[in-house]
Write a protein that binds this ligand. Structure first.
Ligand SMILES: N[C@@H](CCC(=O)N[C@@H](CS)C(=O)NCC(=O)O)C(=O)O
Length: 207
């Protein structure tokens, strides 16, 4: 049975398509458009009660949470794109798989909400700026020290970080003052698997 990805437009689920392409696993994409308030359509709740994307269906199982899905796909691909052998790299891998959704996304989401509030939002957003910069500076240091988040090779940790850094470039001030991060984005966008995932997923505003 082919794995199905329930993919919401311009969302975190782009990462799952990219990962499947890197692994060469067959899959089917079901694309959903966002409603006028940018939320997912109610149809996604028929697949999983949270109604968020990504959701994958595989062999009768319904799985959610990008990090958990990435770990599942690593297992399914006999460890490919999983933690590197070197202990320090493996610990970095684990950190960034969790850091993406656990630490970086909450800050980006707060920024998104503040940007949508007239006036008050703009004042608070200025005060909030240093909290975003802490993350962008941390990431820049990591990518200045090594080519990929977990060392010398692409892993699921890079895939987890991709949407967040794409979103940061588009709406949270990630610019040329952080060249290692921008070079990393260019590098992932040039990968054939990334390009194929884009073509399969449909229009995506962040690449
Ligand atoms: N931590 C979850 C977050 C899932 C999530 O919030 N997905 C967003 C897509 S970026 C969504 O479905 N938003 C639409 C909505 O909340 O209705 C994950 O990584 O999968």
């Amino acid at each position: 049975m082919t794995l199905i990805v329930h993919h919401l437009a311009n969302s975190r689920s782009q990462r799952v398509l990219w990962m499947l392409e890197e692994l060469g696993l067959p899959y089917e994409v079901r694309r959903y458009e966002r409603d006028a308030t940018m939320l997912a359509p109610s149809g996604l709740k028929r697949i999983h009660p949270l109604g968020k994307s990504p959701i994958i269906e595989d062999g009768g199982r319904v799985l959610v949470e990008t990090g958990a899905i990435c770990e599942y796909l690593v297992e399914r691909a006999d460890g490919r794109l999983g933690p590197p052998a070197h202990r320090d790299d493996a610990l970095r891998y684990r950190e960034f798989v969790h850091y993406a959704e656990g630490s970086m996304m909450p800050v980006l989401l707060i920024k998104l909400v503040l940007d949508r509030l007239p006036l008050v939002g703009k004042i608070v957003a200025r005060r909030f700026r240093p909290m975003i910069d802490v993350h962008l500076d941390y990431v820049e240091r990591q990518l200045s020290d090594r080519p990929w988040f977990a060392g010398d090779v692409l892993t699921a940790a890079d895939i987890m970080m991709s949407f967040h850094l794409e979103a940061a470039r588009s709406r949270a001030g990630l610019d040329r003052s952080r060249p290692a991060t921008l070079a990393w984005l260019d590098k992932i966008h040039a990968r054939p698997a990334y390009r194929t995932a884009l073509a399969r997923g449909g229009p995506y505003d962040y690449a």
